[in-house]
Unconditional design. Structure first.
Length: 326
């Protein structure tokens, strides 16, 4: 059995979908569904067991049939402010699951985040050594919690105390189906597509940084199917231990992202720019771009879908379809 924590969430539910599509239904999901219709992310899926997060460790303790743990569960909002809850959910639980996998010899795959890089002043190289990770300066609580767990992994790696495989994924800006429940944290594509389809003029943030034009703030946008492909590679026989960047390696602007939505819908581009809220200006990333050297060196060779193709597939196959869920 494969355990997927956060299996009803955005990336987690896409992992469950990919496992199902590969013929795997012996999947246990740990998540909290709440009242925001997150359950719909699993409407097209099959799974063997469902565990509430509070019951996970007790459920896991006697199990000896776990093939792998794919740990996607986390408080992922970059605006989260309850540090105690974030540490309990993102750090403490992750350490307990790592302990279990180390004791039982079970592969452990987990979600890190590009948020560990902060403003990116030190670049976006996914070095796995403890000093390099410690030197990173995340801009928010979420990124800090992910860095702290990466440090635990790095320390145990140097001491030879990891499971037979332990792979972390520093996801960059992932977008795609099954993110409706995320609200303000949903991707720009999912927010813009309905407005553009309705003929509205959309607005992007102005730049408040010298040398960067309005709308030219850049991110490494990656389609969720590509992100999941990396996870499945790590789960398979060719996978490798380590913490790896998961992006396309190409930074694209928010303006280009919006233009791709307009072009997919064959509508004229109507974009205006608004001031960025003052409270986030000093914590705003103007550029992210994954270095893929270590991932490629480890053996992951598949190309990533170009931004325009990914946007077209997301908008046409999901956002504008009768069933927008994967």
């Amino acid at each position: 059995m494969i355990l997927v924590t956060g299996g009803a969430g955005f990336i987690g539910s896409n992992i469950v979908a990919a496992l199902n599509e590969g013929g795997r239904y012996d999947v246990a999901i740990c998540d909290a569904l709440g009242v925001d219709e997150k359950w719909r992310n699993l409407r097209n899926r099959a799974f063997a067991e469902f565990i509430a997060p509070a019951d996970l460790l007790a459920w896991l303790a006697p199990r000896r049939d776990i093939e792998a743990i794919i740990h996607m569960g986390a408080i992922s909002a970059t605006t989260a402010s309850d540090a105690d809850e974030v540490v309990k959910t993102n750090f403490v639980l992750s350490v307990r699951l790592l302990d279990y996998c180390s004791e039982q010899g079970v592969p452990f795959l987990y979600a890190s985040s590009a948020a560990v890089y902060g403003a990116g002043d030190q670049g976006f190289e996914d070095a796995n050594d403890f000093p390099s990770i410690l030197a990173l300066q995340p801009l928010n609580l979420y990124g800090w919690s992910k860095r702290q767990f990466d440090l635990v992994v790095a320390h145990r790696m140097s001491a030879g105390r990891l499971p037979p495989r332990c792979t972390g994924f520093r996801f960059f800006n992932v977008f795609g189906p099954n993110e409706h429940h995320k609200g303000d944290m949903a991707s720009v594509v999912s927010k813009l597509a309905p407005k553009i389809a309705n003929g509205e003029t959309i607005s992007l943030f102005k730049s408040h940084k010298e040398g960067v034009a309005d709308g030219d703030q850049r991110r490494d946008f990656i389609y969720v199917q590509d992100a999941v492909s990396v996870v499945l590679w790590a789960l398979g026989p060719e996978g490798r231990s380590g913490v790896f960047n998961v992006g396309t390696g190409v930074a694209r602007s928010f303006r280009e992202l919006a233009e791709a939505v307009f072009d997919t819908l064959a509508l004229p581009r109507r974009i205006e720019y608004r001031d960025m809220p003052a409270q986030i200006r000093d914590r705003y990333q103007y550029f992210t771009q994954a270095s893929l050297h270590r991932l490629r060196q480890a053996g992951y060779a598949k190309p990533f879908m170009p931004l325009e193709d990914a946007v077209a597939d997301y908008v046409s196959s999901y956002l504008l379809s009768a069933d927008p869920y994967r």
